[in-house]
Design a protein around this ligand. Sequence first.
Ligand SMILES: O=P(O)(O)OC[C@H]1O[C@H](O[C@H]2O[C@H](CO)[C@@H](O)[C@H](O)[C@H]2O)[C@H](O)[C@@H](O)[C@@H]1O
Length: 382
Amino acid sequence: MDIKSGHSSPVMTDSPPISNARLTIRQNRLPYSSAAALSPNSNLLLTVPRKKTGVLDDVKSNGWLDAMKSSSPPPSLVNKDNFSSDATDMTYREWMLKYPSALTSFEKIMSFAKGKRIALFLDYDGTLSPIVEEPDCAYMSSAMRSAVQNVAKYFPTAIISGRSRDKVYEFVNLSELYYAGSHGMDIMSPAGESLNHEHSRTVSVNEKGKDVNLFQPASEFLPMIDKVLCSLIESTNDIKGVKVEDNKFCISVHYRNVEEQNWGLVAQCVDDVIRTYPKLRLTHGRKVLEIRPVIDWNKGKAVTFLLESLGLSNCEDVLPIYVGDDRTDEDAFKVLRDGPNHGYGILVSAVPKDSNAFYSLRDPSEVMEFLKSLVTWKRSMG
Ligand SMILES: O=P(O)(O)OC[C@H]1O[C@H](O[C@H]2O[C@H](CO)[C@@H](O)[C@H](O)[C@H]2O)[C@H](O)[C@@H](O)[C@@H]1O
């Protein structure tokens, strides 16, 4: 889609999510007319068949359970005390030959950045804040906030998160940044700046009454998302440890605190709800099932959009850098690797995994070091 023209609807087929666990084939089994189901504004009533027992064939056959199990490394692998086990360490070192550390490769990256304008894109959970059990408590440290604030003095900086924009803004709390919540479906400029898009709109949101500019390509899905949110809260209510998070244009169903034997039940509840909504799809994050509209929009599109907004698109002298830890960040890594806006993806991971990123950092503390190094480098350039 040409986001500059703004004429075409972003509602179209999306690229497949990284996991194969898609809700395709479901349309054949819809109990309603597809015409009704395909309208985002239809009054489709949910009659959710709740399966609390049984073989859970559906979720097993489409690979959800496998994806759920592999969605976040077991604590023993990320615990630094255990990390020094020779075998694990060796595997990680071998992996780093393919994805070198952005810290040890810093000079190389900067030699490429010389004479270029850097634009910085930062994921939130697992990148700026450590992964914690309780999603509402994923605070970033004040040291990290300072590092982000400093780096934003020199380079345009955006936070790109699966969370709702409001929530991630609350955590980061820096008004000078761009924010893209709901996996890029809710983009906000800093106060007084414009997103320079004909479909963006100006609203007065912050406590000082300052104007910001918003771009929300999935706004027509809000009523549908609200309905599905209510259904998911209701249908998972009896499963201990489940948390359903309202991310505005997306919904997260967390199973990190659910006993593993009940993960199939979580998947079944989600499947039962969203199977009647072919305009919604599911992706897998870190111990979380994420439900979002089937639109041609993701974190990669948000990066492209922001580069265009900033007038930094398709410029030889621009170097975009994206730092993220999650599968959803892969869309952004891919855009920087393959698209016209060449740049570097940096994967934050303490365990080896395949990625479209160029470089790696082990954890948020290394991310902070990297941000500080960027500031030192920029200052040294005078
Ligand atoms: O795009 P992100 O900023 O990385 O957001 C992705 C999801 O992050 C959050 O969940 C993850 O972090 C939680 C806190 O550490 C953790 O408890 C959970 O298991 C992780 O999946 C957030 O709560 C989700 O809504 C985001 O989609």
